[in-house]
Design a protein around this ligand. Structure first.
Ligand code: PLP
Length: 390
């Protein structure tokens, strides 16, 4: 059975060209880029090229790019750095819908004497900027707001947020892990001080990320030790993955147009057809500005896990809007923050497409999902009642 992979916000397949680019750096060109000899030096040149390619995708200078191990590390490094830079400012602002990479860190900080404000979102997953304006004060060290939400694809107005943050003199970090490669970003004309990116969301391997730190923004490293990355991130560079990320970013720039036309058209068709074929379905964040590849759709009176199981039997990979915490399936913190009713949140499914998605795959989902939802609804009294009415 060939998989139909529609879970690209969880991770992506490595592009063949990316894999070819990194392949020589395991068994042939395995030198340490910090070494004085020619053998390490040739790897250093490729690392420099990768830094330029990454910078090119987000409109940054190569020196502003710090290679890290993942998006999670980048998020942690940004927030912890700001707290070290401003030891007397003990207030952090974030949102209720961040990825756990930010949220768990911030909630931990609140147990260590920091004041943490989590901004609310409305029913469509949008932020209220007036709430941000009244929350921020002279004591705020950093505001960390994601560029786009991993579950719903809702995009936040990052530049508007940045302008508010700058007025108060705080640092501004954005977790752009889901945005990079899907929408255009230009740090040269941005209010963002620090930005996180993760390779495995844009067809590079797992275990590589970057933290962008704007020139002039004070920074304290999370990892100390050797002088790698200009002493901003110690540890021998993950050369093969860095080189892969460079290639992936170059390709992402080339495919950006495709993402916003062909991929978006497939997502829109999937959305339109499912809404017309399946009763009592709604789009989570449907009225907000969203990433072109993401569809979070809620089906009332049916369990998301059951839908995933049936889809999985057909080789279709998606994800649900629930998080398995302490053995019970709770609707995700994102859908809860949006106030999505429990009966819908439980039946929420996220489809996330990529440039490898085909029209034929979308046809299969459109053909199979209505029957799957019907089967699922037949299992509950409310579901059966709904089926009788529709
Ligand atoms: N931030 C967001 C918005 C994400 O979606 C993810 C991964 O799902 C991360 C951070 C974590 O990135 P990584 O898996 O590279 O640590």
């Amino acid at each position: 059975m060939k998989e139909i992979y529609l879970d690209n916000n969880a991770t992506t397949r490595v592009d063949d060209d990316v894999f070819e680019e990194m392949r020589p750096y395991f068994c042939e060109l395995y030198g340490n880029p910090s070494s004085m000899h020619y053998f390490g030096g040739q790897v250093q040149k490729k690392v420099d090229e990768a830094r330029q390619r990454v910078a090119g995708l987000i409109g940054a200078h190569p020196e502003e790019i710090i290679f890290t191990a993942c998006g999670t590390e980048s998020d942690n490094a940004a927030i912890r750095s700001a707290l070290e830079v401003f030891p007397n400012k003990r207030h952090v602002i974030t949102t209720r819908v961040e990825h756990p990479a930010v949220l768990t860190l911030c909630r931990g900080l609140s147990k260590h004497g920091y004041r943490v404000t989590e901004l609310n979102v409305d029913g469509e997953g949008r932020l209220d900027l007036d709430e941000l304006r009244s929350a921020i004060d002279e004591n705020t060290a950093i505001v960390s707001v994601m560029y786009a939400n991993n579950e719903t694809g809702v995009i936040f107005p990052i530049e508007e947020i940045g302008r508010i943050v700058k007025e108060k003199g705080a640092l501004f970090h954005t977790d752009a892990v889901q945005a990079v490669g899907k929408i255009p970003l230009n740090m040269a004309e941005s209010t963002v001080d620090m930005l996180s990116l993760s390779g495995h969301k844009l067809h590079a391997p797992k275990g590589i990320g970057i933290l962008y730190v704007r020139k002039g923004v004070p920074f304290r490293p999370l990892l100390v030790g050797g002088h790698q990355e200009k002493s901003r991130r110690a540890g021998t560079e993950n050369t093969a993955s860095i080189i892969a990320l460079g290639k992936a970013c170059e390709l992402a720039g080339r495919y950006l147009e495709d993402e916003n036309t062909r991929v978006k058209a497939m997502r829109d068709r999937l959305e339109r057809e499912l809404l017309s074929l399946i009763p009592a379905a709604r789009i989570n964040g449907g009225k907000a500005d969203r990433l072109p590849n993401t569809l979070s759709i809620a089906f009332e009176f049916v369990e998301g896990e059951l839908i995933l199981l049936y889809l999985s039997e057909l080789g279709i990979c998606a994800s649900s809007g629930s998080a398995c915490t302490s053995g019970s399936l709770e609707p995700s913190h994102v859908l809860r923050a949006m106030g999505v009713p429990f009966t819908c949140a439980h039946g929420s499914i996220r489809f996330s497409l990529s440039r490898f998605t085909t029209d034929g795959e979308i046809d299969t989902v459109i053909r199979e999902l209505p029957q799957i939802i019907r089967r699922g609804r037949e299992m509950s009294p409310f579901g059966r009642e709904l089926l009788q009415k529709s």
